[in-house]
Design a protein around this ligand. Structure first.
Ligand code: ARG
Length: 461
């Protein structure tokens, strides 16, 4: 129970006794919501101005309140922790207590419902901005790596089976564009948080003649809610940020998986820098891709927390209900984890050593090009597919490469397969050139894509 019993709580006087210690501990949120102290103080200073403008506070009281709030903010900015007492339930009550006797004037026309919603909007807006920037840095790392790959080739895969040759840069750029969409999702989430709920009061609107638009403007927020009940009771702005983060974490996890996979000797396509790898406590030779594994694994936390918060908000009646207090721990973990993963990924990605592969002439990954050629000669695609399927079977028997087939065998398969045509068709570099279509992996298209990516990133930074 808080020291001083029920009277020490900002809402305590209506009760004959203080809260049961179990209930108090269960509902106490200061352990994590103290993180919102800077936002809470910013909101309170704006509220003091609103109360002063409404003629509710004298100039002296307003000044005293602002001075006291500013001093706490300064202490926090200098790294001091909020001096919490066991009787403090949440950050709002703690700050009011720290103001001393003048704190008694602060809460007029405001409820913790619009207060905490405001704090959380301010937090989400800033967190989204930080995530946007971290995503742009991650994109920069990917782009730098892609630019350095020149004409290196990889086997592009579908179903994790060899499919068609691609430029390594093309493969890496696929991630650049995923993160570009993530960055835009973060920007969207920032805009969703850019709205002030302060002035909604507990649910019906403040009972004092405040000007919430002026308060929003002072706080650098783009506008206010239309409806006070909506303002205090929805957390969709936080869910927008959670969704953006969950999708970015999911992309990081896919990239992590590819790094793990391609760094394994079975693929040998990626070399990890020593300082981003771990050893084994038992096997002295090991070099493990733990960073990439954790990047993959932590996505689970972000996605789980996001789903958890959606589930918390689901089914809640209007307006404020205490379930909403669960929003903060969830979102803090989402934001921190995603930010950590983006920062790690950017640092690790730019140091990856990427090895191209020598795709030999006649490689089976050129089969689609053989079929496309027959189509250009007028053969219906399904028939062409069938013919090349037979060629694949024969090539496998002849050692696993199309060059194992004699000209006579090709001619049996189709008279269009002349020696000249085959010479060009079985060259992997020419297969690349044939994909000089929008989105394609031809070197000219990839150069264009690299330029486009560079321009996009410059616009973002
Ligand atoms: N700690 C609460 C939260 O985070 C603050 C708002 C409390 N409001 C109330 N009516 N009990 O949601």
């Amino acid at each position: 129970m808080p020291d001083g019993g029920e009277k020490s709580l900002i809402w305590g006087s209506r009760f004959s006794q203080g809260p049961h210690p179990l209930f108090f501990a269960y509902g106490r949120s200061i352990g994590w919501d103290q993180r919102l102290a800077p936002e809470d103080i910013r909101g309170s200073i704006a509220h003091v101005h609103a109360l002063r403008a409404a003629g509710v506070l004298s100039a002296d009281i307003a000044q005293e309140l602002e001075g006291a709030l500013g001093r706490i903010a300064e202490d926090l900015a200098h790294g001091e922790v909020l001096p919490i007492l066991p009787s403090d339930e949440d950050v709002h009550g703690a700050i009011e207590r720290l103001l001393g006797p003048v704190g008694a004037y602060l809460h007029a026309g405001r409820s913790r419902n619009d207060q905490v919603a405001l704090d959380f909007h301010l937090f989400c807006k800033e967190a989204a901005t930080g995530l946007e920037q971290a995503t742009a840095r991650m994109q920069g790392a990917l782009l730098g790596l892609a630019e350095a790959q020149g004409l290196k080739l990889w086997w592009g895969m579908t179903h994790l089976q060899t499919a068609q040759p691609v430029l390594v840069a093309h493969h890496l750029l696929a991630y650049f564009w995923m993160f570009e969409r993530d960055r835009r999702r973060f920007a969207w989430a920032r805009q969703q948080a850019d709205c002030s709920p302060l002035g909604a009061g507990a649910l019906a609107g403040a009972g004092l003649p405040l000007d919430p638009r002026a308060t929003a403007q002072e706080l650098g927020l783009g506008g206010i809610y239309e409806n006070s009940m909506d303002a205090v009771s929805d957390r969709d702005f936080a869910l927008d940020l959670g969704h953006a983060a969950a999708t970015a974490a999911l992309h990081l996890s896919r990239l992590g998986e590819e790094i793990v996979l391609y760094a394994s000797p079975g693929y040998g396509l990626i070399g990890l820098p020593d300082d981003f790898a771990s050893g084994s406590s038992m096997m002295p030779q090991k070099k493990n891709p733990d960073g990439a594994e954790l990047m993959r694994g932590r996505a689970g936390r972000v996605i789980g927390r996001h789903l958890g918060l959606m589930t918390t908000v689901k089914g809640l009646p209007l307006a404020y209900v205490r379930d909403l207090q669960e929003d903060k721990e969830a979102l803090f973990e989402i934001v921190d984890t995603t930010l950590d993963s983006l920062v790690l990924a950017a640092a690790m990605v730019q140091r990856l050593e990427v090895r191209g592969v020598e795709i030999p002439a006649g490689d089976l990954s050129l089969a689609t090009d053989l079929a496309d050629y027959l189509v250009r000669c007028g053969v219906p695609f399904r028939k062409a597919h069938h013919i090349v399927g037979e060629a694949v079977q024969a090539a496998i028997q002849a050692g696993g490469n199309f060059t194992g087939l004699a000209t006579a065998r090709w001619q049996e398969l189709s008279p269009h397969f002349t020696a000249d045509a085959l010479h060009s068709l079985l060259d992997p570099r020419q297969a690349l050139e044939r994909r000089s279509v929008p989105m394609g992996t031809a070197p000219a298209q990839v150069s264009r894509q690299l330029r486009e990516a560079r321009q996009t990133l410059e616009g973002a930074l």
